[in-house]
Write a protein that binds this ligand. Structure first.
Ligand code: OXD
Length: 306
């Protein structure tokens, strides 16, 4: 009985060490050095080679190494009968919220304007706060925390998601209520799961429905954003700028226009990085649960895609 970690190109030695620390009896194999495919019952994945899971005939559970599962669901050869879990962990949630709060405050308090004024030795006290009404798209574990912390800081916050929700302590819109949601906000934080419904959602048509000068923060997936459309929308003034942590192609290619845009801030997909120490206990717990036929923690719905 063993666990396989498949995450090509990523150093997973800290994962192996941490598994050993929590439970030295668990046998861990790391792709591509697989000793015994038959013994593998649990696969931990990040950007695995598509189709590879059929090489493990006794697989019972798939775990994402992170919060997102789009990288797993894009493998059409994964049977629907195989349960998939994701990581939900304060070690992911708190850094994500801190990142989003930083990006929101930078925009609201115009840090860039003061940095540029300092270089020019300009003392300009006008308009020290931009009126900021925040819209959070995706109100799950991560988005929900962002909403509460931004509300605590005094922002007006609106939520948007796929399904109806009642009893939220913030105005919530769903499905085709997108235009009403956009009407209320001028800073949009994309925290949606990537599914066929949300892919390319941040496109020119979307931007043109936004209030003029809306600011975009994307910490979800690069494929939510049509990158050329963002540049067009910034060029025409519909969108004032963007703070982006995720891109269609990562690392962001050297020749990409985002690097040189003074309206776009680029960070290298670091908003929230899974910490094996806080994430592995739930993987071990699920490993035990699957053996004992108990309900799993943080299992996703393969049809909904999150
Ligand atoms: C994740 C990520 O899904 O790091 O956790 O993007």
């Amino acid at each position: 009985m063993s666990i396989v970690i498949i995450s090509p190109g990523r150093d997973v030695s800290s994962w192996v060490k941490t598994f050993n620390k929590f439970d030295p009896k668990i046998d861990i194999q790391v792709f591509p050095d697989i000793r015994d495919k038959e013994s593998v019952e649990l696969a931990i994945l990040w950007q695995h080679p598509k189709g590879i899971l059929k090489e493990f005939p006794n697989l019972k559970l798939i775990c994402s190494m992170g919060a997102g599962v789009d990288h797993i669901l894009s493998d059409s050869e994964i049977p629907l009968s195989l349960p998939i879990t994701r990581i939900v962990d304060p070690g992911l949630t708190i850094p994500m919220t801190n990142y989003v709060v930083m990006a929101t405050l930078n925009h609201h308090r115009q840090l860039y304007r003061y940095q540029s004024n300092q270089k020019k030795k300009v003392w300009d006290m006008s308009d020290p706060e931009l009126e900021t009404k925040v819209g959070v798209m995706g109100v799950g574990a991560l988005g929900g925390d962002v909403i509460q912390k931004l509300k605590f800081l005094g922002f007006s916050v609106f939520g948007y998601g796929n399904s109806p929700k009642s009893n939220t302590d913030y105005p919530y819109f769903h499905g085709d209520e997108l235009p009403q949601f956009l009407n209320n906000v001028n800073l949009i934080i994309c925290m949606l799961p990537l599914t066929p419904l949300t892919e390319n959602i941040l496109n020119l048509d979307f931007f043109r429905k936004c209030n003029k000068g809306t600011y975009i923060i994307n910490v979800a997936r690069g494929n939510h954003l049509v990158e050329d459309d963002l540049l067009t929308a910034i060029g025409e003034g519909t969108i004032s700028g963007a703070f982006l942590d995720v891109f269609r192609k990562e690392p962001l290619p050297q020749e990409h226009p985002f690097w040189n845009s003074d309206k776009i801030t680029v960070t290298p997909h670091i908003a929230s990085v899974t910490n094996p120490n806080s994430a592995i206990p739930q993987v071990i717990e699920n490993y035990k649960r699957i053996k004992n036929h108990k309900p799993l923690l943080n299992q996703i719905n393969q049809i909904l895609g999150y």
